[in-house]
Design a protein around this ligand. Structure first.
Ligand SMILES: Nc1ncnc2c1ncn2[C@@H]1O[C@H](COP(=O)(O)OP(=O)(O)OP(=O)(O)O)[C@@H](O)[C@H]1O
Ligand SMILES: [Mg+2]
Length: 496
């Protein structure tokens, strides 16, 4: 047999096998409502199996495997499903259709484009999937640049990392995520933004921002708005992750944002209560930790190329990170970016509390020059926080303390950043070096912004220095001289 014929016959055999699998068992609906069904007689079903019904417009996913009955979450025209309808096990896991056509689109968790256009599917990806094995993973070693000074400098993120963004309502959590997506527009990183239980208007505004900043063509938005049933909101992050994995498997670097897992937990709690699972702490089902751990475990840096970096978002109440869902997710991720209302309200934005934020693996990915310079910045900032807390009590300070205090204020000022204004790594390095090495002592706080803008403009004319700042594996004396010359030139320009 020729190899071509052999291939064809194997394909036919596989097809036959798949057809056989199409309906593996038949049961019937005992009860249907609120987006879930209890089905009798599909005892062989797998968790996550695609379930079909005699009503063709309805389908579901097996979630709760009981001895006698099966709990199924429903999709499609769920109101059509009635007691007594037939239910079919398919032997297949629930999938979402993926292809490059998803890029630039806003889609539902079922992979349907909200603009109504059909997406031609290249590959169906299981929404629930085992995370890559240890053997296939590489360590986190390449930076994922957010363009946000406070993050790239102090809490750097590496490709393949899971970094939590956590804070109260309205502290700028989503903005950090969106700015990070925008910064990927020229970095060959695909972004998947999963919006769970958000308002439609929010999504529309975000799409607008991404389009205006030329970042939408490399982005996919998976949304299940607040008006969706809990079943759809529940599968949204899995569907988003499956789409992200489709691109990762093709060797692409992918960034995924889950905005947010607090709302996801609430959707899962609703489903679980409807399925009459025993509630645990704060009425969440006992496996809530497990399902989030399993989801975030899918972030990875693959040895063969391709990565998935996950930024889950969690909302806290009155800054309480010790409640159930926040503590769970803090313990699953590789660090957290902690945003604070108090900072936000005193116009320190992004409102990142650098003292409480950490990135456990991102430091390994940071480039050598940035690592060195940001290291001194971190120390100066920590000293400032310490002095600031007791200097409020004493009136006359010694000159050294006073100078430290002044410098600290300038560091805080330099770390402020408007939305949608990414700063490149070379510019960040220059700014950090200037502020932590007394170059800015004679520039008033109000004028720091002018200095910053000039750095960003003028660094573009210094291609050689720009390159060295990112590629050098050591901060040499020569490089320091070059950095200082450039800073002096900018200061002269600003003052002259
Ligand atoms: N760096 C920033 N500078 C100025 N304003 C900002 C900054 N970041 C966020 N904002 C503003 O703060 C508001 C809240 O931001 P955002 O929606 O990102 O917060 P959130 O924590 O995601 O809120 P929610 O809890 O509603 O999801 C928005 O109006 C946004 O424009
Ligand atoms: Mg938000």
């Amino acid at each position: 047999m020729k190899s071509e014929e052999l291939k064809r016959s194997i394909e036919l055999e596989i097809q036959k096998y798949e057809q056989k699998l199409n309906v593996t068992s038949i049961g019937y609906v005992l009860q249907s409502g609120d987006g879930i069904a209890i089905v009798y007689g599909l005892s062989g079903a797998m968790s996550g199996e695609l379930i079909k019904f005699s009503k063709e417009n309805v389908y579901g996913m097996a979630l709760n495997l009981g001895e006698e009955s099966l709990g199924v979450i429903l999709f499609g025209k769920i109101e059509e499903l009635k007691e007594g309808d037939e239910a079919y096990g398919t032997g297949e896991l629930f999938t979402v259709g993926c292809s490059d056509e998803l890029l630039g689109k806003v889609v539902s968790p079922l992979g349907e484009s909200l603009d109504g256009k059909e997406i031609v599917v290249d590959k169906k990806m299981q929404i629930e999937r085992e995370a890559p094995r240890m053997f296939d993973r590489d360590r986190v070693k390449i930076p994922l640049q957010t363009g946000i000074k406070a993050i790239d400098g102090l809490i750097p993120i590496g490709k393949g990392q899971r970094e939590l963004i956590i804070g109260d309502r309205h502290t700028g959590k989503s903005s950090v995520a969106i700015d990070t997506i925008i910064n990927q527009r020229d970095k060959n990183v695909i972004s998947v933004y999963v919006a769970i239980g958000q308002k439609q208007a929010n999504i529309a505004r975000m799409v607008q921002t991404l389009k205006e900043n030329e970042a939408m063509s490399n982005t996919i938005i998976v949304t299940s708005p607040a008006s969706d049933p809990a079943s759809l909101q529940f599968i949204a992050p899995y569907a988003g992750c499956a789409i992200a994995e489709y691109f990762m498997m093709k060797g692409q670097d992918v960034l995924i944002i889950y905005d947010d897992l607090s709302k996801h937990s609430i959707a899962y709690r609703e489903i679980s209560l409807l399925l009459r699972r025993p509630p645990g702490r704060e009425a969440f089902p006992g496996d809530i930790f497990y399902i989030h751990a399993k989801l975030l475990e899918r972030a990875a840096m693959l040895k063969k190329g391709g990565s998935l970096t996950a930024l889950p978002i969690v909302e806290t109440l009155a800054g309480d990170v010790s409640s159930y869902i926040p503590t769970n997710i803090i313990s699953i991720t590789d660090g957290q970016i902690y945003l604070e209302s108090q900072l936000f309200n005193s116009s320190i934005r992004p409102a990142i509390n650098a003292g409480l934020s950490v990135s456990r693996v991102g430091g390994d990915a940071q480039n050598a020059v940035m690592k060195k310079i940001a290291g001194s910045l971190k120390i100066a900032l920590a000293q400032y926080r310490e002095i600031a807390s007791f200097s409020q009590l004493s009136s006359d300070l010694d000159p050294v303390t006073k100078a430290q205090l002044e410098r600290g204020k300038k560091i805080v000022e330099i770390l402020k950043q408007e939305r949608v204004s990414p700063v490149s790594i070379p510019s960040q390095i220059i700014l950090f070096y200037a502020v932590s090495n007394s170059f800015l002592d004679n520039i008033a706080i109000e004028d720091l912004k002018i200095f910053e803008n000039r750095v960003i403009e003028l660094i573009d004319g210094e291609g050689d220095l720009k390159d060295k700042l990112v590629t050098s594996n050591k901060l040499t004396d020569e490089l320091i001289t070059e950095i200082e010359e450039f800073i002096k030139m900018v200061i002269k320009d600003v003052q002259g």
